[in-house]
Design a protein around this ligand. Structure first.
Ligand code: TYM
Length: 330
């Protein structure tokens, strides 16, 4: 029987350092959606090579990312899960969509502008990164895309490209909606709460990694930059460090920010930070345990199988797109 469920697609770059921001902003939703939707998840290795990298380390990081995602709860038995580069249909669709992407739109992409402003070498791959992302999503006719806030602009561009394609060639793609969490869409750096928590921040204390030991988690949360007024209040302007910790704790425990403020408002930062650290440790304990139980060779085998299944599915979509665009006969 045909699968009538709507399709979910999302991706993560295998640049090492998968952190609490990735987890609370996106991965928790990836896992949850497996119960209800046809889920397709991808380690987007082609996106990751748009910046300078070491091929040997990269190859390890790729497998490591797949292993961490499985430990978080991505189940290759329930989700299509694979490395992007092993399914060449992504790249072909990216080329087709690229022919419909005005350069003016790409010039407005803030992630590209931020990276170049920070000194990353501008190249065509980095520039057209959002087009490949659109191809990832549209290839599988995805309707829902679980992401953090920083990918919102890319998703808007994806929606726009889907509309352009449909208007020109016929109704092929559903217009995908983002799924962005209400409270944890943008987890900030623990050291500079004005910046988002990021894999590429050179300061390791700025982020909690998903596989950090309980000791490291406690140390990092305790040394999180806050302010000198002792009240625990949710106020991004005056208290960004504390507001970030409140969001982190809410994301880990499921308690509302209001309840947390009522509970910790006047207890002082020492007690609050310990409670946040305990909540993060409890949330990530099962991920650490699952990670330890996973075997590299088995993860690699599952990824090869995932790529075979994904290619088979993507080939059908590719044929259809080729017909619509006149690249093959109807
Ligand atoms: P990437 O690898 O940077 O991040 C993976 C996911 O984590 C989210 N995220 C955050 N959420 C909250 N707070 C943070 N500090 C934080 N940092 C990262 C990201 O929003 C993302 O959802 N371009 C994508 C990868 C991609 C993709 C796709 C995503 C390629 N193709 C198709 C969705 C659909 C990226 O670089 O994510």
């Amino acid at each position: 029987m045909a699968d009538e469920r709507k399709t979910v697609f999302s991706g993560l770059q295998p640049t090492g350092n998968i952190h609490l921001g990735n987890y609370l902003g996106a991965l928790k939703n990836w896992v949850r959606l497996q119960d209800e939707y046809d889920t397709v998840y991808c380690v987007v290795d082609l996106h990751a090579i748009t910046v300078d990298y070491d091929p040997v380390k990269f190859h390890q990081d790729r497998l490591e990312a797949a292993k961490v995602l499985m430990a978080v709860g991505i189940d290759p038995g329930r989700s299509l899960f694979y490395f992007q580069s092993q399914v060449p249909q992504h790249s072909e669709l990216a080329w087709i969509l690229g022919t419909m992407t005005p350069t003016g739109v790409l010039n407005r992409m803030t992630q590209y502008k931020d990276k170049v402003a920070k000194g990353v070498a501008a190249n065509l791959g980095l520039y057209s990164y959002p087009v490949l992302m659109a191809a990832d999503i549209l290839l599988y006719r995805a309707s829902l895309v679980p992401i953090g806030d920083d990918q919102k602009q890319h998703l808007e561009m994806t929606r726009d490209l889907a509309e352009r394609f449909n208007n020109r060639f016929g109704e092929v793609f559903p217009i995908p909606d983002p799924l962005i969490p209400e409270t944890t869409a943008r987890i900030m750096s623990l050291q500079e709460p004005g910046n988002k928590m990021s894999k590429s921040d050179p300061n390791e204390k700025s982020r909690v990694l998903i596989l950090d030991s309980p000791d490291d988690i406690t140390k990092k949360i305790k040394s999180a930059v806050t302010d000198s007024d002792p009240d625990v209040r949710f106020d991004w302007d005056e208290k960004p460090g504390i507001s970030n910790l409140l969001e982190i704790m809410s994301g880990c425990t499921g308690q509302s920010i209001d309840d947390l403020v009522a509970e910790y408002g006047d207890k002082g930062y020492g007690v609050f930070k310990q409670a946040v650290a305990d909540a993060v440790i409890a949330e990530l304990a099962s991920v650490r345990a699952s990670y330890k139980a996973l075997d590299d060779a088995e993860v690699a085998r599952l990824m090869t199988k995932g790529a075979l299944d994904a290619r088979q599915r993507a080939e059908g979509f590719q044929q259809e797109i080729r017909k619509f665009t006149g690249l093959s006969g109807i």
